[in-house]
Design a protein around this ligand. Structure first.
Ligand SMILES: Cc1cc2nc3c(=O)[nH]c(=O)nc-3n(C[C@H](O)[C@H](O)[C@H](O)COP(=O)(O)OP(=O)(O)OC[C@H]3O[C@@H](n4cnc5c(N)ncnc54)[C@H](O)[C@@H]3O)c2cc1C
Length: 437
């Protein structure tokens, strides 16, 4: 029996705070017997449950989340749905097949998200006109020289950008060089998951604030929750790094804590200084560099810290300290907005593995898991969720094959070595970040 004694802490900081209040689905109470249960209502679990609902229209699918929808990483990320992955380092033609496999998964996720958003009229500021990658300091500038050959060899549509072009598009003179990659979308992450959760078909029953505390083996499997129990034939875990709390991937998957801030809404004059595009997203060409957005509602959002913090959110006091780092990255980019205050700060936990792989497949009899996307899970998680539903339904598809081909995870040592190793790995991310932070 797997017994989880850890709580599932949360806070009210994040993108969800920028949205009108949403009525939550009730917590699970009583005894339930269902054929299918999905645990975790982030992008992976929502896609998974929806696909199960389509595949088994006459069956009930239970979808359980420990928190409110939007309070996991899926509602707290920076809102980049990447169509292509940036692999650090020189382009390696021998890995072209692997690059293509991962980009097919990304694209499958974008296609699925676009379809759901369009079909259900989900208002999540979806904007599918690509992503800017930019470099300010020498390591990131060098990395662009690795990235361009990759984009060209993979025939990925893109526009190289120089300092002037970046300045006129984005309103910042910090970046020396960059590239606009045309596949990819921007979105409001909490609005996306709220919209997906609120448009689920009738045979999917969602319960929020319903942590699964233990899984008892057997046929059916038996789940323990604070308010009740569930007997289920198949169990699909979309719990990201918290799979470890239920006894899965404990030595392969952990969490890194990221944090960022939002400004207040810019006024017309401030907004006019922000370049010609009106809305944009910048990913750094340095792994430790800042992720920056000008959002549809005219806020600047900057995320530039990552740390190993026991896979937990930051407290208010810790967030207040991190804001000094957010602030310095913000003012370096937008000195014309130095008077603009931050209005919100937030943190979130991304699932990371030692070798940056993803997790997909059967864990043991009738228990499946997908997750751990290392900071790039909006499109990928959606695709993995879809594929997991099909795989657990004994389906076959090229997408399942692509997901199953994920490299095995490198093992991470138990605590306290885990804490030390994770600390070092996350710190290494910032080596040489310089002006890109
Ligand atoms: C600050 C930040 C910025 C990021 N930026 C980006 C970005 O711009 N683009 C991108 O692609 N990715 C980004 N990521 C990563 C991305 O958010 C994740 O990879 C993705 O959201 C993972 O989705 P998921 O559904 O697998 O997991 P989650 O969104 O973490 O959902 C897992 C859910 O499972 C629930 N859960 C866990 N255990 C249990 C249990 N025992 N019982 C019930 N429920 C349980 C949790 O409450 C949670 O809601 C970012 C992450 C962070 C933290």
């Amino acid at each position: 029996m797997y017994r989880n004694r850890n709580p599932f802490p949360t806070d009210q900081h994040g993108w969800a705070e920028l949205l009108p209040a949403r009525p939550a689905r009730p917590a699970l109470t009583g005894k339930h017997r269902v054929p299918w249960t999905v645990v975790g209502a982030g992008v992976t679990g929502l896609a998974c449950a929806r696909r199960l609902g389509e595949l088994h229209p006459d069956q009930t699918i239970l979808l359980l989340d420990a928190r409110l929808v939007g309070q996991g990483a899926s509602g707290r990320n920076s809102g980049f749905a990447v169509g292509i992955t940036h692999f650090d380092g020189p382009f390696d033609s021998g890995k072209a097949g692997e690059y293509r496999r991962i980009n097919r998964i990304n694209q499958a996720g974008i296609d699925a998200l676009r379809a759901q958003i369009t079909r259900h009229g989900i208002e999540c500021q979806w904007r599918e006109d690509g992503i800017h990658y930019a470099a300010a300091d020498h390591l990131a500038i060098q990395e662009r020289e690795n990235f361009l050959p990759y984009l060209e060899a993979m025939e990925i549509s893109h526009t190289p950008l120089d300092t002037e072009m970046l300045h006129s598009r984005l309103g910042t003179a910090l970046y020396r060089t960059g590239v606009h990659v045309h596949p990819g979308a921007l979105l409001h992450p909490a609005a996306l998951v709220h919209g997906l959760a609120d448009s689920l078909p009738g045979n999917i029953v969602l319960h929020e604030q319903s942590p699964v505390l233990a899984i008892n083996p057997g046929r059916p499997l038996s789940l323990e929750l604070p308010g009740g129990t569930v007997q289920t034939d198949k169990l699909l875990l979309a719990t990201n790094n918290e799979a470890a709390k239920l006894g899965f991937q404990r030595y392969a998957l952990t969490g890194s804590t990221l944090s960022g801030s939002f400004t207040r809404v810019l006024n017309d004059a401030e907004f006019a200084s922000m370049g010609s595009l009106g809305e944009w997203g910048i990913l750094s060409l340095h792994g430790g560099g800042a992720t920056v957005r000008l959002t549809a509602d005219r806020r600047i959002c900057i995320r530039n810290t990552a740390e190993y913090h026991g896979a937990a959110l930051l407290s208010d006091a810790q967030l207040a300290k991190r804001q000094a780092i957010h602030r310095s990255g913000f003012e370096a980019r937008f000195p014309q907005l130095a008077h603009v205050p931050f209005e919100f700060a937030w943190s979130g936990v991304e699932g990371i593995s030692r070798n940056s792989t993803n997790f997909f497949g059967r864990q043991q009899d009738n228990i499946y898991f997908a997750g751990g996307y290392n900071g790039s899970g909006v499109s990928k998680g959606t695709a993995f969720g879809l594929a997991l539903a099909e795989y657990a339904s004994d389906g076959q598809s090229p997408l399942i094959d692509d997901c199953l081909a994920s490299a095995p995870a490198a093992l991470i040592p138990p605590r306290p070595f885990l804490d030390l190793g994770a600390l070092m790995t996350v710190r290494a991310r910032f080596k040489g970040v310089g002006l890109d932070r």
